[in-house]
Design a protein around this ligand. Structure first.
Ligand code: ADP
Ligand code: RBF
Ligand code: MG
Length: 376
């Protein structure tokens, strides 16, 4: 029998894995550094994800040369964070994962470096989360936080499971180190993009929770995929069509009507990169099926995240500057790099066929009449 068949429970990290805490952390640091006349530039993000509050504060105090101790800085930040907890959104796929494991009777623990009190407060804003976890442990309940394995050992002990029966899902390097030190299986969903080379210790690196394949670990598979597509909570965006890199039509023969990433930075940062599909509305031209990529186009090593919708229709002219509205209804796959341009093109055409068929299903076709697509 393979080892993965022995997985009986799942231990989840909270911040960056289930909750999109990063945006709030940035806001709070911006405000509090501002009081010291400093400007937060985001460069410490790598140093603070997955850390205990004290460690994270120490890194910031040192890097910015703040005239206070880490302990003082933590107590300055705490009330600012508490005010923001009600604004933290679940990461895409988090609710789906929790509901699935719960309804299949797979025991779950929540193990986070933040204090137990903060965990309880944060999850209180998310329906059904508290009752889904048989065990909830904070960093203040063990001697040393992640990357020490203590918190995972304690989670296993309270779940009454062997460490080898536990699958850990994490977003940060300290979390991966802790999980492996506890001799557990570890899947990492890095919250920092394009850094997957840092997580080689993990058993698997995935792009987003949408890509989790529980059957690989001997756990009950998700049953919500429909004809190779995953229905998602629809996502409504729009704006004028902007100039991209001029590669779509010229290099690939696949024009993409790019949207500005400046108009919806929060939404964009929150949505995992990948290939999605849905419906597109153009004011004077009508409503069309659409398949799109969102991300860094690994084949072209882009530096910026782009939104690239391919409208599945032959147009006789360009429509730069026109208002384009999108309702994104499903997910197909993560972005890949490809060994050749031909294989990238072939894959995008396969995505088109998947999207075209799926959009005829009542599940997705009903959104064609959504008022967001009709611009008057
Ligand atoms: P860019 O890099 O500027 O986005 P592309 O080569 O990707 O250039 O071409 C995209 C442009 O082509 C769109 O902005 C739009 O004006 C036009 N276009 C024509 N047909 C389509 C289509 N079926 N889907 C998307 N855009 C199209
Ligand atoms: N680019 C990649 O590098 N990897 C991909 O997996 C990928 N998938 C795509 C899927 C679809 C449906 C579309 C429309 C585009 C995709 N692209 C991908 C983006 C493509 O590289 C981009 O549109 C061109 O670079 C034009 O800027
Ligand atoms: Mg384009």
């Amino acid at each position: 029998m393979s080892v993965t068949k022995l997985i009986k429970c799942v231990i989840l990290d909270l911040d960056g894995t289930l909750l999109n805490t990063d945006g709030i952390v940035c806001n709070v640091l911006k405000i509090s550094l501002g009081k010291y006349g400093k400007e937060w530039d985001g460069r410490e993000t790598l140093k603070i994800v997955g850390k205990t509050p004290f460690e994270a504060a120490s890194a910031v105090v040192e890097d910015y040369g703040l005239p206070c101790s880490p302990v003082e800085f933590v107590s300055e930040l705490s009330p600012l964070f508490s005010q923001q907890w009600c604004n933290i959104k679940a990461l895409p796929g988090a609710n789906r994962l929790i509901k699935h494991l719960k309804s299949n009777g797979v025991p779950m623990a929540l193990a986070s470096n933040s204090p137990k009190e903060s965990i309880d407060a944060k999850i209180s804003f998310h329906d059904g989360w508290k009752d889904s976890f048989s065990v909830i442990i904070g960093g203040d309940e063990v001697r040393t936080g992640k990357p020490s394995p203590d918190i995972f050992f304690e989670a296993a002990r309270r779940l009454r499971m062997e460490p080898s029966s536990c699958l850990v899902i994490e977003d940060s390097l300290p979390g991966v180190t802790a999980g492996k030190a506890a001799e557990m299986k570890v899947v990492v969903v890095p919250s920092l993009p394009k850094q997957s080379h840092l997580y080689t210790a993990a058993d698997e690196v995935i792009n987003s929770l949408f890509d989790l394949q529980l059957e690989k670990w001997g756990l009950p598979p998700f049953a919500d995929w429909v004809e190779r597509t995953l229905p998602i909570d629809p996502w409504y965006i729009g704006g004028p069509v902007i100039k991209g890199f001029g590669r779509g039509s010229k290099v690939l023969g696949i024009p993409t009507a790019n949207l500005s990433t400046k108009d919806c930075p929060d939404l964009l940062a929150q949505y995992p990169s990948g290939v999605y599909f849905g419906w597109a509305g153009l004011s004077t031209r009508g409503i069309f099926k659409m398949v799109m990529s969102i991300g860094w186009n690994p084949y072209f090593s882009n530096k910026e995240k782009t939104i690239e919708p391919w409208l599945l229709h032959e147009f006789t002219e360009d429509f730069y500057g026109e208002e384009l509205r999108l309702v994104i209804v499903g997910y197909i796959r993560p972005e890949f790099n490809f060994p050749s341009l031909e294989s990238l093109i072939a894959k995008i055409h396969e995505d088109r066929r998947v999207a075209e068929r799926a959009l005829d299903l009542p599940l997705y076709s009903s959104y064609k009449n959504n008022s967001h697509l009709r611009i008057s």
